[in-house]
Write a protein that binds this ligand. Structure first.
Ligand SMILES: NC(=O)c1ccc[n+]([C@@H]2O[C@H](COP(=O)([O-])OP(=O)(O)OC[C@H]3O[C@@H](n4cnc5c(N)ncnc54)[C@H](O)[C@@H]3O)[C@@H](O)[C@H]2O)c1
Length: 346
């Protein structure tokens, strides 16, 4: 089995690449990544140790299709993890996000068409309507039991605004469906919530959980920002290894279960607020740093998001296994293991 992972030197891509290489017999994994993140170099080194080759290439470039290297690659499956995954960066640099997210998907679909590949696309819960999510939760008080009952499923509104990041991901989803219709490409779209765990680095745009922990470990400044600056925003967290297990199951069943879109997240048991994350961070790092306030709310921020996994649970045996305690411990472990290199680049 030949698997191509665009964005394979990122957090999710490299974790999936190594997991599949280790858990599927005779599986050849290749990644394409332009190493646009300075942390991607660390992952590229890790991949090499597992005998996984990265082709350094900008997937949004028009020249790529002619590359001899790409023509030689075999790809029964493409697992698309290529993106600039930050909502806030999409505000600051729309061109970058448009190209890395949407244009790259177009180029990958051209590869899929040529090579008759099946596609698993890593999308995001950020395709859902910001206004509708915030108004859904606006009347519910922090820590209210009602919160447990309110989850977002795949039929939730995707009406704008969804953020420029969300727009590129939603547009990529539509593009995949168009190519699937025209060329019979089988696909799965996973709309992931926050993914964290072992191997995630602590830069702000790489995920708030690892950033919060990194900043505690190193006694750096942090803020509760937006919604009054109380740290009451809530998200559910999915462990990276749980995601890898799901991807393997989806690969093995794609001839039966295909052309579907799933929410994939940590769910209510893995939901936590920033205040709760601060408590975890303090107890695990023994650093009690002062959290400052920034009152102003970003136009893209959500007060609350918890994934409804009902559909993915109904189609696969897969279940969320790893809880918050372990996810946090393992994230801290990998931050400490990489501390030396990370201090140079974060
Ligand atoms: N991490 C999360 O919590 C999360 C949540 C939901 C969805 N996702 C999605 O999962 C995917 C992977 O996210 P991640 O957290 O691993 O991000 P990441 O930034 O760690 O990895 C993305 C990788 O893509 C590469 N890349 C970016 N633009 C490229 C281009 N034009 N050509 C070639 N390579 C390019 C980067 O160098 C990087 O290595 C993304 O599609 C993201 O939208 C992530």
């Amino acid at each position: 089995m030949h698997i191509l992972i665009p964005g394979g030197c990122g957090f999710i891509g490299s974790s999936i690449a190594i997991y599949l290489k280790q858990n599927i017999k005779n599986c050849v994994v290749t990644t394409i990544d332009n190493l646009s993140r300075n942390t991607s170099y660390l992952n590229e080194k890790k991949l090499k140790k597992h005998n996984i080759k990265n082709i350094k290439f900008n997937l949004s470039s028009d020249k790529y299709l002619a590359q001899a290297d790409l023509n030689r690659i075999r790809a029964d499956f493409i697992i698309d993890c290529c993106a600039e995954p930050s909502v806030e960066i999409s505000k600051a640099n729309p061109h970058l996000v448009f190209n890395s997210n949407l244009k790259s998907t177009l180029n990958l679909l051209e590869i899929a068409k040529k090579k008759k590949s099946k596609i698993i696309y890593l999308s995001t819960s950020r395709v859902y309507s910001i206004k509708k999510i915030n108004s859904l939760f606006s009347k519910i008080k922090y820590k209210s039991k009602l919160l447990k009952k309110v989850k977002v499923n795949e039929n939730f509104s995707v009406e704008s605004p969804v953020s420029l990041y969300g727009f590129t991901k939603l547009s990529s989803e539509i593009l995949i469906k168009e190519y699937s219709f025209l060329y019979n490409i089988k696909y799965i779209i996973n709309r992931c919530g926050v993914v964290s765990g072992y191997g995630q680095f602590g830069k702000q745009d790489q995920g708030f959980l690892s950033m919060w922990l990194w900043r505690h470990l190193n006694k750096l400044k942090i803020y509760y920002q937006g919604f009054g600056g109380y740290g009451q925003q809530v998200r559910d967290i999915l462990d990276i290894n749980d995601l890898c297990i799901l991807i393997k199951e989806q690969l093995s069943k794609i001839d039966k279960i295909n052309n579907q879109t799933f929410n994939v997240g940590g769910g209510i048991k893995n939901a936590l607020s920033l205040i709760e994350l601060t408590n975890y961070s303090r107890s695990i790092t023994f650093n009690n740093i002062k959290i400052r306030k920034k009152i102003k709310t970003s136009k893209y921020d959500l007060r609350y998001f918890v994934t409804d996994n009902k559909k993915v649970y109904s189609k696969y045996k897969w279940r969320v296994k790893k809880g918050l305690n372990l996810i946090i411990k393992e994230t801290v472990k990998s931050l400490i293991q990489n501390k030396k290199s990370l201090h140079k680049i974060l």
